[in-house]
Design a binder for this molecule. Structure first.
Ligand SMILES: O=c1[nH]c(=O)n([C@H]2C[C@H](O)[C@@H](COP(=O)(O)O)O2)cc1CO
Length: 144
């Protein structure tokens, strides 16, 4: 199974340790196409700051989205890129899990929470210590 993991990069890297935890667990279910997202060495400038670099990142990521079977997004730290990826993934009719931590005291965008249908697009509130349990639950759903 190919898994596309989304997490904030230029939106801020405060949650990178949570991304690491999620990516580590995701490897139990398949290959993670976007492992760089959870790399603590990657700063909020991203992989490449040039216009050509940004185009290459965009085109590669859209291609990976197309190839992927499941999208898992950590959406607590707001990120334009993650929002864009989720919109594209909905259009591609992909199976999507969004993970949000209410302990952040943020309110998740209505465009993400409001997109949930409980089947193809799942939004799950969780705490950091529930990462394994929440992912096990999601990946044991029929059709995943
Ligand atoms: O360098 C990058 N590499 C990359 O793969 N992305 C993708 C993957 C992430 O899930 C998402 C993060 O978007 P943003 O940088 O707007 O927070 O975009 C984003 C950047 C920088 O915007």
């Amino acid at each position: 199974m190919k898994i596309y993991f989304c997490g904030s990069i230029r939106g801020g890297r405060e949650d990178v340790h949570v991304y690491q935890k999620i990516t580590h667990k995701l490897k139990d279910y398949g290959s993670v196409l976007t492992e760089h997202v959870s790399d603590p060495e990657l700063s909020d400038t991203g992989e490449d700051g040039t216009v050509e670099g940004d185009r290459a990142i965009h085109d590669r990521d859209v291609d990976w989205l197309q190839q992927s079977d499941v999208i898992v997004a950590e959406v607590t730290q707001p990120s334009l890129g993650v929002g864009y990826e989720l919109g594209r993934a909905v259009d591609m009719k992909k199976k999507i899990l969004c993970l949000f931590r209410p302990s952040s005291r943020r309110t998740l965008s209505a465009m993400i929470r409001g997109a949930a249908d409980g089947e193809r697009f799942v939004v799950r509130d969780y705490s950091e210590d529930q990462v394994e349990q929440v992912l096990d639950e999601f990946f044991s759903r029929p059709g995943i």
